[in-house]
Design a binder for this molecule. Structure first.
Ligand code: HEM
Length: 131
């Protein structure tokens, strides 16, 4: 059990797919994520596909994203978008709700919440400590 990756523990590709689909559905539907939604274009199809590929590898599963695009360079790829505290927090809340609604087990959800925070916080590109 200890050698299982988070990808395996979460339930593999099927589960990661469900998580990503729910994440973008919520972003599209819920007014509380409207600032996050506004950063995105009208079409979320490409974002859905890419986040799914990325998360599989990030969780220790198949490297679909890097096989196609090489190093993710996530911070650089997010520079065209305005990401402050508000956008970061909406991303994290949206992902946490998606994890809850797709039944990610509590210990794993807690652990991923921490990791997502580190990644999302590093993506901020406007505002200082308070922006
Ligand atoms: C902090 C708040 C964040 C905002 C506002 C944000 C916003 C965006 C936007 C607008 C795109 C472009 C979508 C498109 O191509 O249509 C994008 C792409 C992407 N985001 Fe984020 N993002 C955030 C955090 C994150 C985090 C924490 C991760 C990973 C854990 C992530 C992973 C990705 C990936 C893999 C892509 C595709 C990059 C590419 O190859 O073009 N993002 N994001």
């Amino acid at each position: 059990m200890e050698t299982q990756t988070p990808f395996e523990r979460i339930g593999g590709e099927e589960k990661v797919k469900a998580l990503v689909e729910r994440f973008y559905d919520l972003m599209d539907l819920e007014p509380r994520y409207s600032a996050l939604r506004a950063v995105h274009g009208s079409e979320l199809g490409q974002a859905r596909q890419k986040l799914f590929w990325f998360l599989c590898g990030w969780l220790g599963g198949p490297q679909h994203y890097t096989n196609r695009f090489g190093h993710p360079m996530l911070r650089a790829r997010h520079l065209p978008f305005r990401i402050g505290i508000r956008e970061r927090d909406q991303w994290l809340a949206c992902m946490d709700q998606a994890m809850q609604e797709t039944g990610v087990e509590e210990t794993m959800r807690e652990r991923l919440r921490e990791s997502f925070f580190q990644t999302a916080d590093w993506m901020r590109n406007v505002g200082g400590g308070s922006g």
